[in-house]
Design a protein around this ligand. Sequence first.
Ligand SMILES: Nc1ncnc2c1ncn2[C@@H]1O[C@H](COP(=O)(O)OP(=O)(O)OP(=O)(O)O)[C@@H](O)[C@H]1O
Ligand SMILES: [Mg+2]
Length: 480
Amino acid sequence: MRSSIRRRLLLAFLIVAVAVAAVLSVYFLTELESYGLRKIEERLRSEQSVLAAALSAQITASGASGLSDSQAAALANELAMAGRGSASHIRVLDRAGVSVADSTGADIGIGYAETPEVSRALAGEIASAERVLPDGRIGISIAGPITVDGRVVGVVHNSAATFSVTTIVRDYRMQLAVAALAFVLATFVLTELLARWLSAPLRSLAQGAVAFAGGDHSVRVRPSGSGETRAVAEAFNAMADEVQNALLELHEEERRKSRFVSDVSHELRTPLTAIRGAAETLLDGDVPEDDARQFLSTIARESERLARLANDLITLQRIEGATGELPLSQVDLTSIAQHAVEALAPLVEARGVQVEITGKAAPVLGDRDRLQQVFSNLIDNASRVTPEGKKLTIEIADDGDRAVARVLDEGPGIGEKDAARIFDRFYRAQSSRDRGSGGAGLGLAIVAAIVSAHGGTITAAPRPEGGTVFTLRFPTVKQG
Ligand SMILES: Nc1ncnc2c1ncn2[C@@H]1O[C@H](COP(=O)(O)OP(=O)(O)OP(=O)(O)O)[C@@H](O)[C@H]1O
Ligand SMILES: [Mg+2]
């Protein structure tokens, strides 16, 4: 990944850098060339016009119609002297275009009439021409007439050479190569630094991801680098949190399930052992009639307990598995509590406990049968622990937008540890550990599941005056 980022950056940088350098170089070199040409042309033109004017004045003063031979010879001498060390090559031609003086001292007597700029100068114009010389430099020539009384009596022709892009590149190729190398090296170094800087946070991210995939779910990466890599790191951390939580929940769920299975089999084993024991004794024969009846009633009681256990488990499964499919209607908690008390009246009376229901609350959206089951389970538990002759009270009231029902008994109360756990499946407080007096420990688990399916809450707490209070809260239906 890292080398890939580096390679891409390098490629992009090189392309951009080379393109920019090439465009700029071509631009500046061409500018330089045309600037040099302009300057030279200006110089040549001024030299040409000064010399042409001077010669014209000289010829006019001598009254001749052109340079005399002696004048030409003197001029050739002067020009050859002056031309030494000069950058311009100046020629003076007669009216036939033949050179009579030359700043290099050579080339006397050569005809230039065929040269375009000279032929135009002979026609009375100042003309210029550019040509590329064999050495790659650019030569400029200016030819202008020497006029006397409007007649062309000769031509001043001067030329010079200047550097061209080609000659600059050739003359400086060593320096250019070094500069290009330095340029590429600098690009490499810059790219490397940039690639490191950009890829460091990604590398740590990759390490984190690999460690996470390898099973270390506690790894988190430090958000660093650019905004984008920071965002990726934060997203990774959020994802890691979520996965870790999901896994923890999964483990917890797994643990609960396996505990549930072992609890269920434990609960099944006790009545089944009792039934098998009684049945085997009866099968052995020779059992006195009274004992036989005893064993048969054990079998009946224990199988009833098994049936109840199965029913409770199914109920719990249905409520916890249900997703908002309870048949809901507006119900009144007081009347539901009354129904529960009426249904349990024989049992509660047999335990010698009195039940009182007080108060009223706003209607609650709920399932009548399930809510009656809640009260039945709470009354069953409370009446079991309440001593004979004592009272059990159900208070119903409004509390803001909640309907509150309290089930209060005068039993032994409840410890803090038990209060937190009695809603767990199969949990029985130590005081009622003996199975003879209690059930399987599923009643309150069912109650809690029903209450939460109604969007309500339930808590258990000891009462200061003794006994236990179960407090239920349900959201009420908004009136009007
Ligand atoms: N009113 C109460 N006062 C004191 N302890 C209580 C009270 N109600 C319940 N408990 C404790 O909570 C435990 C759990 O109650 P729960 O109703 O879930 O189970 P159970 O009554 O033992 O069995 P089941 O209801 O399945 O027949 C009980 O065993 C008991 O120890
Ligand atoms: Mg119970």
